[in-house]
Design a protein around this ligand. Structure first.
Ligand code: GLA
Length: 727
């Protein structure tokens, strides 16, 4: 909101107070002057605004390179005449309301010498205390202007004992959480994969202002870049009083020649602030994501069986049919046929062949997909299928027909990806965009009953070169790839608004808020080991709600870590996300099947709370205390589901008792253990407690399960249902 009548006239004062119920961003946008930042944090009272505006330091709100910006800048441009200096002043401030009801405040800046313009925009989402910010850059210079740095957002944070939290990792170890203090120098989180931007690093961060990050307390800022491509998030802690955060598209090797009249739109950065620690920031982001970005956020996600770890490339009709029967018997709702179903000249019998040739392999599936769809329907299942439409293999008919569609350095042989033969298509090329759209469109047109697509991407951009771009526009490769990707996604969603789509990219390579407006969820990791998943899902939950996190029960020993774990532990961990199964059901024991069948029924009953509720992270596995615990609470605070996992087992070791959160202190709640295996009930079973007791004291949980000796193990987990009662 712009302060009273001042905004319209911008005369006496030009303070811009952009606010949500619990947060305030205070800026100064005096026409003809530099655009200034004063404050971001807890909501300001009316009384404080003028005083804060007078007394706080004023620093650039969007500094640019070239004039008086020797150590911190956001945007850099080479103007039509070759000058590398830019110097912006406020032109005007305007406000509008978008179709979705959100308010946008636009601060229009103008260069002092050239017809070069930047609009710095802010969109407020009051219900989740999120302010999105981005820029729109354009010019009327007589030749192209080359943008060499173009972050979306800049935020100065007062220097202090400020800690950075971010998620990093690797294939099979996605979502790994790192907390580190900000020290002098520049800390950069950068992704240059080209296609999959979240496996090794993530484009979201938190800054804890009160020292080491705590899950439940402390002033914390969250910043989420909504982009699917390369990014650069840097925090410059220099000699000044500030840690200066910039976030946006990575500009390395991506200088962008902006034509006269063209607008360069940078992706939004969502900012939020909470005094309830990292978990508080996560809840704001989850809510913002569910309410404003995630595809089909209001729909409960089905329980599925995905074929990959069960049969890998060995797809064949009877086996697939049997898997469908098995998952239907266990109460599943969707079967997903993963890789291996396609290719005629080059059958997809391994990862060397067939990508690009999305024709059914009739040797494996003589009756095609039509029969599988019919059989799924008879079993009451929805049917889903895997594609990797941005890719080709050297051994594919697609590559033979369109060698110029691949990304390849001019005049050089390509460096290959997966299987030693994988190639990535140049999505900046409209012909490739059409192809990728058609892969999806053809499947959905021929088989309209398909209810779910698993969209994979298993290769980075390794080679720099586009057959499509002109010689002087090769640096558009990365950015145009993602513009093309988004264009295709939009087109798909316009035509197919209902189908569910999962983003997968060598596991968790595409977990970002740039794509989630088009995708329903993402695959967290190819590693389904429950112990490691506790850590991965914990880290991932910093920025993504449970409804987006595909979490599957897999075989024991786990194919990735070879760790053997009991079925209860595997189920309890997967149930804290979007539950699925990823194994060959015919290899399960009868006891495992029964356990899964019961757990699926249980999950369906608590699914709305897990998938749509607020998440409270209670005790972090990263604290090294041997336990992890989290809970979900529905909006009216009537239902909650509590998850407790032992992450280490030492004899006679004492584990901390975990207190709960998010409940109504005045309500009474009844406790029911879910997925119980113990011979005797927990001491709290069926008992009624006030929310106040549960939040102040938690419940005493035994460290081991009371089971017969053959079932004894060092793994323990508990899932409790917590339901408000009326009297
Ligand atoms: C990637 C995905 C897996 C699976 C395989 C298929 O690795 O992460 O889930 O779909 O591809 O080749």
């Amino acid at each position: 909101m712009i302060i009273a009548a001042l905004a319209a006239t911008m005369t006496a004062s030009a303070q811009l107070h952009i606010s949500t119920p619990t947060t305030s961003l205070l800026l100064n946008a005096e026409p003809g002057e530099r655009f200034e930042y004063m404050y971001y944090g807890a909501a300001l009272a009316d009384t404080d605004i003028p005083a804060v505006a007078e007394s706080e330091k004023h620093v650039d709100a969007y500094p640019v390179y070239g004039m008086d910006t020797f150590n911190a800048y956001t945007l850099a441009a080479t103007h039509a005449d070759g000058s590398m200096a830019t110097d912006m002043r406020v032109d005007k401030v305007s406000e509008s309301t978008d179709k979705d009801g959100s308010k946008v405040t636009r601060v229009s800046l103008k260069d002092t010498l050239y017809p070069f313009y930047i609009d710095v925009c802010y969109r407020t989402w009051p219900a989740c205390d999120v302010i999105e910010t981005w820029t729109e850059i354009r010019h009327n210079e007589n030749k192209a202007v080359t943008l060499t740095e173009f972050p979306s957002a800049y935020l100065p944070v007062r220097r202090g004992n400020v800690w950075l939290s971010h998620i990093d990792g690797a294939w099979g170890n996605e979502g790994h959480l790192t907390h580190e203090p900000l020290t002098p120098g520049i800390k950069t989180i950068r992704n240059i994969d080209g296609a999959r931007n979240s496996q090794n690093a993530h484009s979201e961060i938190m800054l804890s202002l009160d020292g080491k990050p705590q899950e439940r307390t402390g002033r914390t800022i969250g910043a989420v870049l909504c982009y699917s491509g390369n990014y650069d998030i840097s925090i410059n802690t220099d000699a000044s009083a500030w840690h200066r955060l910039t976030a946006g598209i990575d500009a390395h090797n991506s200088a962008y020649r902006l034509a006269k009249g063209e607008t360069f739109l940078t992706p939004a950065v969502a900012l939020t602030y909470s005094e309830r620690g990292t978990s508080g920031v996560s809840r704001n982001i989850h809510r913002w994501g569910r309410d404003h970005r995630l595809q089909h956020a209001d729909r409960e996600r089905p329980v599925l069986l995905n074929s990959w770890e069960g049969i890998y490339f060995d797809v064949n009709e009877p086996v697939v049919n049997k898997m469908m029967t098995d998952i239907a018997d266990m109460g599943g709702e969707l079967f997903v046929l993963d890789d291996g179903w396609f290719g005629t000249k080059y059958p997809r019998n391994g990862d060397k062949w067939g990508l690009g040739d999305w024709e059914i392999d009739r040797a494996k599936l003589p009756n095609g997909i039509t029969d599988l769809l019919k059989s799924a329907e008879e079993k009451g299942l929805k049917f889903g299928i895997w594609i990797e439409p941005e890719m080709a293999n050297l051994y594919s008919e697609l590559y033979e027909k369109h060698p110029d569609w691949i990304i390849q350095a001019p005049g050089r042989d390509p460096v290959f990806g997966r299987g030693g033969t994988q190639l990535i298509l140049d999505l900046g090329n409209p012909a490739v965009q059409e192809h990728v759209f058609k892969v999806f469109d053809r499947l959905m047109t021929e088989y309209p009953a398909i209810g779910y697509i698993k969209w994979d991407a298993n290769m980075p951009i390794k080679n720099h070169g586009s057959h499509y771009q002109k010689a002087d526009a090769q640096s558009r490769l990365y950015i145009d790839y993602h513009h093309g990707f988004e264009k295709v996604c939009k087109r798909i969603r316009e035509k197919y608004p209902d189908v569910m789509v999962q983003a997968c990219a060598s596991g968790g390579g595409r977990a970002n808020w740039g794509i989630l407006p088009y995708f329903d969820e993402f695959w967290v990791s190819d590693n389904t080991d429950p112990l490691q998943r506790i850590y991965m899902q914990w880290g991932t939950s910093y920025f993504f709600p449970a409804i987006t996190q595909a979490a599957h029960i897999s075989a024991s020993p786990c194919h990735a870590t070879h760790r053997a774990t009991p079925i209860k532990y595997r189920v309890d961990v997967a149930m804290s996300g979007r539950l699925g199964i990823e194994l060959q059901p015919s290899q399960m024991t009868e006891a495992e099947r029964t356990f899964c069948k019961d757990a699926i029924a249980t999950y369906k009953a608590v699914r709305p709370t897990i998938q749509m509720g607020d998440q409270y992270r209670l005790h972090s596995p990263y604290d090294g205390d041997g336990v992890a615990a989290l809970m979900y609470v529905d909006e009216p605070r009537d239902h909650a589901v509590f998850f407790w996992y032992k992450t280490e087992d030492f004899h006679n070791h004492h584990y901390p008792r975990v207190t709960m959160d998010g409940l109504d202190p005045d309500k009474k709640y009844k406790i029911t253990e879910l997925n119980r295996i113990d011979k005797t009930p927990l001491s709290c079973e069926g008992k009624v407690y006030t929310g106040a007791w549960l939040m102040a004291n938690g419940l005493e949980l035994p460290y081991r399960h009371i089971v017969d000796t053959p079932m004894m193990s060092d793994y323990s987990s508990r899932v409790l249902r917590i339901d408000a009662i009326n009297n």
